[in-house]
Design a protein around this ligand. Structure first.
Ligand code: ADP
Length: 539
């Protein structure tokens, strides 16, 4: 059926002569392969048997590709089609493979201009295309690589930055660690110091007789030292709960509260003397001092108050006041009497009988003696108080000194002085001062034990000491008064002003004895008598 359209050999040769490369010629709508040279058959991997067959049958894999449609179009329209590096899939050795061709579909027309066949020339550019593709791929890869490299570099830079940031972070962390360690150490040290200083404060406060209390800025007491418990008999809990203000003497309470509250308001130091009831039910004098405490930032933290028991001091003060009033009274009595005697003597100047004269003179002398004794005591006291009691020591026999002293008592004849003991004992001391002590003790015996007619003066050697005493059989001294006898201004019973005295005699005696390195005391039993004694080193 294709025969009438088949070309003559001469025609074919003509055509072939025109094209050196792969050539095929197609006719009709079915794209019958009129001719295909060896090169074209090689492209298709087919043999000459396909000549005369429609292209779609000869190379069936082309059916799913656009070429057959294009060829039909070229034949129909007469418009050539040229393709460059167009991909065609051809089955070679049973496998579909891709090739790239530069091709031309040329419409060959007859004399009237109607296309009657197509001249198909093709050149295999697969290698070129693939090479180009490879180059492109390589280029792309290169670019990608470059991009990657840039990216890598950027990454490396970023990484480096990160590394250095990391390093910085590491260093920062390290310094933070060490700072933290340092801080912890400092806090630990502070805490240690603090607890140490608190422990020191507590042991100081607890070991002291001073009453210590710590209060906060509101005036609330947060700590009492043990001395407070000892004084008040209240437990620590009771003290912390209700304090001690209610124990203050009613006469002192208002004044104290006023001083304290004013100071608290002004955050100022305060000081006050008050009496407080102790657990035995006696009032004790306290000197309260409260310096304010301030924190390092300057804010007020409350008070640490300390209270000192000044009862003894107060009593001493009281005795001093009493002493001054007694001394003036004591001096005024003989002076008044002396003055009266002198006035009388004045008036009697012209009296011829002069009977009263001896009595008046005696009275005047007595008054003078009293004044002299008082002034002597005062002088001695001043000397001892000022440390002017100088000793002039020498060796003498004690019994001889006892024999020779106190003639004023013996002269009166009312009393008998009996010397007893070791009559030969010698001591190394200030005879005049020791004599003064004996005179004082004998005078006291006469004054306070007037009924004991015999007064014993004795001396014994005990160990390396001379034990010297003055013993009477008077009323004795109550035990509770004995510890105070040798204190200055102390008088066991002066209220009745029955006896002249300043409460200095025994104090001066004690001073003299102590300056000799000795000691003094009294054994006394009420109703039986008193034995005042002192011990002196023999050498
Ligand atoms: P004064 O100046 O009062 O005599 P002293 O220091 O000599 O002072 O004596 C102190 C107190 O000791 C006296 O006030 C007295 O009460 C008491 N006293 C001293 N000696 C005796 C004594 N022999 N018997 C009883 N009481 C005495």
């Amino acid at each position: 059926m294709h025969t009438e359209k088949r070309l003559s050999d001469s025609q074919l040769l003509e055509v072939i002569a025109l094209y050196k490369n792969a050539i095929a010629i197609y006719t009709t709508e079915d794209i019958i392969i009129e001719m295909a040279n060896d090169a074209m058959l090689a492209f298709w991997d087919r043999d000459k048997s396909i000549i005369g067959m429609p292209l779609a049958e000869a190379v069936p894999e082309l059916k799913s590709q656009p070429f057959i449609g294009i060829l039909q179009n070229v034949l129909r329209t007469g418009i050539d089609d040229i393709g460059k590096a167009v991909k065609a899939d051809i089955e070679v050795d049973g496998t579909l493979q891709s090739f790239y061709f530069d091709y031309e579909y040329l419409a060959i027309r007859d004399a009237s201009g109607v296309p009657y066949c197509i001249l198909h020339t093709a050149e295999d550019v697969t290698e070129k295309v693939l090479g180009r593709q490879a180059i492109e791929t390589a280029k792309e890869q290169k670019e990608a690589l470059e991009r990657e490299q840039i990216l890598n570099e950027e990454l490396a830079a970023t990484n480096e930055e990160l590394c250095s940031t990391n390093e910085q972070l590491g260093r920062a962390r390290e310094s933070l660690y060490s700072l933290n360690g340092e801080l912890e150490e400092r806090v630990e040290k502070r805490t240690r110091d603090l607890s140490e200083s608190e422990a020191r404060f507590r042991s100081m406060a607890e070991g002291s007789d001073i009453l210590i209390a710590v209060g906060d800025e509101t005036g609330n007491v947060t700590y009492f030292s043990r001395a407070w418990v000892k004084l008040t008999g209240r437990s620590m809990e009771e003290l912390l709960e209700s304090g001690w203000a209610d124990l203050v003497h009613p006469e002192d309470r208002g004044r104290y509260v006023n001083i304290y509250l004013t100071a608290l308001k002004e955050k100022a130091p305060f000081t006050c003397e008050l009496r407080i009831l102790n657990k035995e039910g006696n009032y004790r004098w306290l000197l309260v001092k409260g310096p304010p405490r301030f924190r390092p930032d300057g804010s007020f933290a409350g008070y640490i108050s300390s209270c000192l028991d000044i009862t003894e001091l107060k009593e001493e003060e009281q005795r001093k006041d009493d002493f001054i009033s007694i001394a003036s009274h004591e001096l005024r009595t003989p002076l008044t009497s002396l003055k009266a005697s002198l006035q009388l003597l004045e008036r009697l100047k012209g009296d011829s009988s002069r009977k009263l004269l001896p009595a008046l003179i005696e009275q005047s002398n007595k008054s003078m003696d009293k004044i002299m004794a008082l002034v002597e005591d005062l002088l001695n006291f001043t000397r001892t108080a000022e440390g002017q009691l100088h000793l002039n020591k020498k060796t003498f026999v004690v019994a001889e000194m006892l024999e020779g002293c106190c003639n004023h008592v013996r002269v009166v004849g009312k009393y008998q002085l009996v010397i007893e003991g070791n009559k030969g004992l010698e001591i190394f001391a200030d005879e005049h001062r020791i004599d003064q002590v004996i005179v004082n003790l004998v005078n006291n015996a006469v004054k306070y034990a007037p009924e004991s007619k015999v007064i014993y003066l004795g001396v014994e050697k005990i160990d390396n000491m001379a034990h010297i005493y003055v013993k009477d059989s008077g009323p004795g001294i109550p035990a509770d008064k004995i510890p105070h006898l040798f204190k200055r201004y102390y008088r066991a019973d002066y209220e009745g002003s029955k006896y002249t005295g300043l409460g200095l005699g025994l104090y001066i005696c004690a001073e003299i004895v102590q300056r000799h390195g000795g000691n003094i005391g009294v054994d006394s039993e009420p109703g039986v008598g008193s034995k005042f004694w002192f011990n002196l080193p023999v050498h």
